[in-house]
Ligand binder design. Sequence first.
Ligand SMILES: [Zn+2]
Length: 299
Amino acid sequence: MFEGKFQKTLWKKIGLIAGLFLLSGCSASVQPYWLSPENGRPASSAGSSCCSSQAVQPSSRPAVSAASSESSSSSCPVHRRIKDKTVFLTFDDGPSDLTVPLLDVLDRYDVKATFFVVGTHDKNEVSDLKEIVKRGHAVGVHSYTHDYHQIYASSKAFFEDFDKMHSLIQRATKVDTKICRLAGGSLNGYNKKTRAEIIAGLNKRGYVYYDWNVSAEDARKGATPEKILKNTLDGIHSHRVSVALLHNSSTKKDTLKEVPTLIQTLKKEGYSFETLDPSVNNRPFIFYHSADTSSAGSR
Ligand SMILES: [Zn+2]
């Protein structure tokens, strides 16, 4: 009797352990921050981490943001080593009537950039999106409406908006983009209550979000071409690798005007330009870290 009871309890325990094991293997398993691959192993080089491989080995599992604490060891992508003096120019809030002129400037200097785009209801939106991709630039989701109140009201509202933009990009360009930038950055005054759930949702769906460590401050009141150039150059000069935030909405003529000087200066100084993709570790370039819940970096 005692033995039977003991065996029953034992089997219950084994069942429970096996259940937990299976559960962790089948879901996008949640690991504590301190156990995540990125933190469990020394990084191979500054600014990159060294885990295996979503980026190089396609798998049926969704790609998980490499830098997120939610990544499991089996779905953690390789973060490529980013060489010193690399600049990721990112342009938000396009496409607009300034997109093709910007693409022409980038072509002139043979520079590739990343565009985080919005729904503009413009008749040229689809052709502009196509042109961005055709000319070799990266495209990522920013927001369809860019309405902070609406998109940060709930995780559901966020993903309705997000999916709409993702679909629009995919229909226009055939690109199933996995990169994004949250409107206002991942840590803003509107998403305090919803950001954790939104970031967890992005990670779970395999999207990698990027904020920035350099800002042109071209969306600020009183921005002048000189200030835009100075802000961007000063920021880039103070980082080994930069993700620079600039804008490409139709009002940002001053930004467009400064891009040639910006590129010429940086090229002369030995900088090179790349586009973002999930193999670029987002961790140095995000404000909101879901694991440690602290804000990182300044906006
Ligand atoms: Zn924006």
